[in-house]
Write a protein that binds this ligand. Structure first.
Ligand code: ES4
Ligand code: ZN
Length: 320
């Protein structure tokens, strides 16, 4: 598992911020945090659900201020991922929180893309950037974000949509996804994490996204499962995240294997590894254990991660 080549398709860069680094960045930027030690911070990681998690996560985002912070965050993740056999990482990143704190977009994306370029050389890992809008904000904000990142168009592979799901259906962002598609971005949308299966349908029908982040709720709806299989829509599932946010309370009943058996291209990912107690391999291990996956099934998951990625076919030569 450790060295099995794989892609990670659903990881939020901000969610890779380890407690020690959060403390270090706060100190070097002269910022106060509500927690005085990494252990005190870890104690705050007993989440009741997505919104409760997001409030801690957005507090953590406050410490990231300089180009060096974004660079160091990205480097730390890419090095860890490479050590776990990740050859390609499609990383979600939400600039809006940092724009609120006055961090220029060029410092954010400059730090991240420098780290991507360095890790390609030093660790043989391909990092790709997916800019993610916050669904608790307005669609006008999301469209403004597209305008703001346009100078970085050639360094951004795609766009996504995250943050508080309930009450913020994908259809609220129909024009955002249409505009993104018009600019040639690849598209993915969080749906069916805490929200209902109908949000998965909306993401596909109204927003026409290519991939679904989570998609957990779809598993309960047989005709939707059939459709995901027929249309080969990749789901980027995140078992430890779903456990820690009480989307599921028992991984032995996690629908990953049932979806795989039904022909849906499912993948295993970490979401916010520093907050949810594991990087990608810990997520593979958790489902392998809980669901008794065979070696062949684990290999299928790894293969799905490449075929479900937004890589060009020629980029996958040598890994598939
Ligand atoms: C999320 Cl915006 C965002 N960041 C990290 N994890 C998430 N889960 C849902 N939305
Ligand atoms: Zn996510």
């Amino acid at each position: 598992m450790t060295t099995l080549p794989k892609a990670e398709l659903h990881v939020h860069l901000e969610g890779t911020l380890e407690p020690e680094d959060m403390m270090r960045f706060a100190a070097r930027n002269g910022l106060e945090l509500p927690w005085r030690s990494p252990d005190e911070l870890r104690a705050a990681y007993a989440f009741t659900g997505l919104e409760n998690f997001l409030s801690v996560y957005f507090q953590g985002c406050r410490v990231l201020r300089t180009r060096a912070d974004f660079h160091d965050l990205t480097t730390a993740y890419l090095h860890r991922a490479a050590a776990q056999g990740v050859r390609r990482a499609e990383m979600l990143f939400g600039p809006q929180a940092f724009l609120d704190h006055g961090v220029p977009i060029d410092d954010q994306l400059g730090g991240i893309t420098d780290a991507i370029d360095e890790a390609r050389e030093s660790r043989d890992i391909e990092g790709a950037l997916l800019v993610s809008a916050h669904r608790h904000r307005t669609e006008a904000d999301a469209l403004e974000l597209l305008d703001l990142v346009r100078p970085w168009r050639d360094r951004i592979l795609g766009v996504g949509l995250g943050s508080a799901e309930r009450g913020n259906p994908p259809s609220k962002f129909a024009r955002y996804f249409a505009a993104a598609r018009g600019e040639g971005y690849r598209t993915t949308c969080h749906a069916g994490e805490e929200g209902p299966a109908s949000y998965v349908r909306e993401a596909l029908d109204v927003c026409q996204v290519e991939r679904i982040d989570h998609g957990y709720a779809a598993a309960e709806v047989p005709d939707l499962v059939t459709r995901l299989a027929e249309e080969q829509v990749t789901l980027t599932m995140c078992p430890l995240s779903n456990l820690r946010l009480h989307v599921t309370d028992d991984l032995t009943e996690y629908p990953l294997k049932a979806l795989m058996d039904a022909g849906v291209p499912v993948t295993v990912n970490s979401d916010d590894p520093s907050y949810f107690g594991g990087y990608v391999n810990e997520n593979y291990a958790a489902v392998t254990d809980a669901l008794g996956l065979t070696e062949a099934e684990v290999k299928t998951l790894a293969r799905n991660s490449f075929t479900g990625s937004f890589a060009q076919p020629e980029e996958l030569r040598g890994v598939l």
